[in-house]
Design a protein around this ligand. Sequence first.
Ligand code: SAM
Ligand code: SF4
Length: 310
Amino acid sequence: MPPASTFRQYTYYASWFLKSKLGMKHPLVNTMIIHYACNLRCQHCSIAANSDKLPEEGSSMSFAAATREMQAEYDKGARILFFEGGEPTIWKDGDKGLRDLIAEGRRIGYYVIGYTTNGTGSIFEESDVLSISLDGPREVHDRIRGTGVYDKLMANLERTDHPNIFANMVVMRPNLDKIKETAEIVKANPHIRGLMLNFLTPPPYDIALSHEEKVQVVNDALEWRKQKLPILNTERALKELLIEDYSDKCPYWVSSFTLPDGSKHYGCPMQGTESCKQCGFDAVREYRLILAANVETITKMSRRFALSTR
Ligand SMILES: C[S@@+](CC[C@H](N)C(=O)[O-])C[C@H]1O[C@@H](n2cnc3c(N)ncnc32)[C@H](O)[C@@H]1O
Ligand code: SF4
């Protein structure tokens, strides 16, 4: 399918917004957790912590199942497609890889296709947006993610011309005093457009921040934004990260989640769990603010995540 014009994309989003106000709610984002496999074992990641307990069966989606799910969510109205894992860049089904899933999403008609990655593997230039994980400067990033991971990520970034890469940082005890330094690294790197800050959503509980520490981080981040450090979170979303139990505000329905075994969640898979009461994900704040017609969120986020760069 040829790419939709910018006008068509805007029109679609405007109609989605108006319909949601009239109570006709359907997901705009389709998040596909295509497998749980990963080449790293990061300190904070519950997928890695549980990887030994996961059954072999149902821990990776087949190409046929992924295509079926992409089409099904598109038919329900989703136009933004995100691949998640595990590590999506190492996903395989026979001779099919992530590149084939992106092409399939494009053929179906998604406007924006992106994925999150630890950055140790190939960068797929044909995606519209790329979220790379950066949890600190070399020493801290490697302590959290494994020796040599930082250098691999930076070397891969050197090799790409992708126009829309941003970094995702999970703020937790091991990198609490490295946030500004990380934002400075992003500012100095011509391949990364900005830094999105999130708080750890436990487990693990022992490296999560206290509420007082989070208040300090948010106040500092608001100050660093004024100093032109490239923090992508909107001002309001940063402040709302301090509402830890976001469950009565969370617009669950904006994104559907498909898990590797084909099961579906309309809303975050953590909904209703203990973790949900300490939610540190910036994206859900931004989703809510879009629905609340917050101008900063709509302008900033649509440029990054809702308009095709192809
Ligand atoms: C689950 S990973 C999957 C993609 C890829 N493997 C990566 O590391 O970017 C997606 C994002 O979730 C973050 N993450 C992992 N565990 C988390 C937690 N407990 N709380 C908040 N974010 C977490 C990772 O740091 C990463 O930025
Ligand atoms: S690279 Fe991503 S999926 Fe893998 S262990 Fe780290 S955070 Fe988890």
